[in-house]
Ligand binder design. Structure first.
Ligand SMILES: *[C@@H]1O[C@H](CO)[C@@H](O)[C@H](O)[C@H]1NC(C)=O
Ligand SMILES: *[C@@H]1O[C@H](CO)[C@@H](O)[C@H](O)[C@H]1NC(C)=O
Ligand SMILES: *[C@@H]1O[C@H](CO)[C@@H](O)[C@H](O)[C@H]1NC(C)=O
Length: 437
């Protein structure tokens, strides 16, 4: 089923940023309609947003930690659902996908010195991928070790994998694979594992809400012999509409971990079964043993995004209850809620109800009650991946004391009514950061 396009509505959208794990800040994104996606670059220093206003904006983080919009341009003739960065090895490259049935690849070119002084940059369209006959609902670059490859999925249930044979010429993309998933696709995620033991694998989710169609998550694997992708598994227990899907960073594990945003949050473990010697010449995909390791309905509503941190020990989810929830496993692989961030713009409070100064977390920076997570739109809560502040950055090792976040057994807030967009009544100032102080 296609999503209908929206009539643009004027208004400033407040964009929520979970910049440093639990430290949230808001910026005025100034998109003219719903923001559908937020994406960080590899280093977490650049950010791209996309909206129903048909535009993409690029944001750069300055030395003092503030985000500045350095480019904003009309990318499509319909709502832009997703935007994503290529690995920086391939240059400053973005891909976007839209209700207008296309996906596009954009490259930043070094601007005129005038623009540079004004802090602006230029993005030019390198290609438009026009193979889909319906809305293109997600776009993702394949893991870097596979080369420069781009995947799209669309409402007509087709996954397309493109390759740029010449990484120096981004105008040239060839359609390598077209895989029919039979169900309207809403989201796609590549398994990031670069282990030779794991053939390329991706998961695709469907937002078809008809439960009689069975499993809404399918896993596909590349087969060296046939040179094709084949379905390895369908997660039959996920029968409701799926909005987002995310493989956890692999870090040398033999199995895969997959998070799913549907009417609740689910975490699955996919364990490749060792094939018998006799069968090693078989051309079938790897058999996967599927185990559900966690299922949480705490959002009590549709869940829109799931995102892992780089160590894959922490999962964040956002839902129609207006909250971002954080989940963590102990050494026994028991997953528990470890925190809740309110999405209504109210301050994060400690259990005593006082606004909490977070100075202990980020060194000398002073974090106040303005430090709020804010700005959700239409239940399509956007929140950036938690992984960009990578290990090695100054926040990599920092975790707030547990008093900074609400305890999960306390019901945090009443579910809010989802508004088409939210206008913040108070300007939330960018917060000072520890750097250079
Ligand atoms: C890049 O590829 C396009 C399409 O094949 C071609 O027209 C163009 O000349 C190429 N550009 C360069 C610099 O090679
Ligand atoms: C779900 O699909 C089945 C089989 O096509 C159909 O009979 C049924 O009416 C559908 N249900 C809804 C709610 O669309
Ligand atoms: C990921 O989460 C764990 C907590 O489970 C934390 O120790 C680690 O620092 C986080 N990694 C990053 C990069 O934020």
């Amino acid at each position: 089923m296609c999503r209908t396009d929206r009539v643009p509505t004027a208004g400033i959208l407040w964009l929520a940023l979970v910049v440093i794990m639990f430290v949230a800040r808001s910026i005025a994104a100034d998109h003219k309609d719903l923001i559908h996606d937020v994406s960080y670059d590899f280093h977490g220093r650049r950010m791209a947003t996309c909206s129903s206003d048909q535009s993409v904006k690029v944001w750069d983080r300055s030395e003092n930690g503030e985000w500045h919009c350095t480019a904003s341009w009309k990318t499509h003739s319909g709502s832009v659902w997703r935007v994503t960065w290529a690995h920086p090895e391939f240059g400053q490259v973005l891909a976007s996908c839209s209700f207008d049935r296309t996906a596009a690849v954009w490259e930043e070119i070094v601007g005129e010195s005038n623009d540079k002084q004004r802090g602006l940059s230029h993005w030019i369209k390198r290609t438009t991928l026009v193979d889909s006959r319906t809305s293109v609902t997600d776009v993702k670059f394949a893991p870097k070790h596979m080369g420069l490859m781009l995947t799209t999925c669309s409402a007509d249930g087709v996954v397309r994998i493109y390759e740029a044979p010449d990484v120096m010429n981004l105008s040239q993309w060839s359609l390598q694979h077209e895989i029919s998933c039979k169900l309207s696709c809403s989201c796609i995620s590549w398994n990031p594992s670069s282990s030779r033991a794991h053939p390329p694998m991706f998961a695709v989710g469907s937002d078809d809400s008809n439960v009689t169609y069975g499993g809404k998550v399918q896993i596909y694997e590349y087969n060296e012999n046939t040179r094709k992708y084949a379905k390895a598994e369908t997660l039959m227990t996920v029968t409701d509409a799926v909005h987002d899907i995310a493989f956890a960073p692999n870090l040398g594990r033999s199995f895969h971990v997959l998070a799913i945003a549907t009417k609740d949050v689910r975490i699955f473990k996919l364990v490749p079964m060792r094939s018998d010697r006799k069968e090693s010449t078989s051309t079938g995909p790897t058999k996967l043993e599927v185990q559900i390791v966690a299922q949480f309905d705490n959002h009590n509503s549709q869940v829109w995004r799931v995102s892992w941190n780089i160590t894959s020990t922490l999962l964040a989810s956002s839902g129609d209850d207006g909250c971002v929830r954080l989940w963590k496993a102990n050494y026994m692989d028991n997953w528990k809620c470890t925190g809740i961030l309110k999405g209504d713009g109210s301050p994060l409070t400690s259990s005593s109800g006082q606004p909490t100064a977070m100075s202990t977390i980020v060194g000398s920076s002073v974090q106040t009650s303005q430090n709020a997570l804010n700005g959700m739109s239409a239940g399509r809560y956007f929140f950036p991946p938690l992984d960009p502040p990578r290990a090695g950055t100054r926040y990599g090792h920092l975790l707030p004391p547990s008093s900074l976040i609400e305890h999960c057994d306390a019901e945090p807030i009443q579910p809010q009514q989802a508004l088409p967009y939210r206008l913040s009544s108070r300007a939330l100032l960018p917060l000072p950061e520890a750097e250079g102080q």
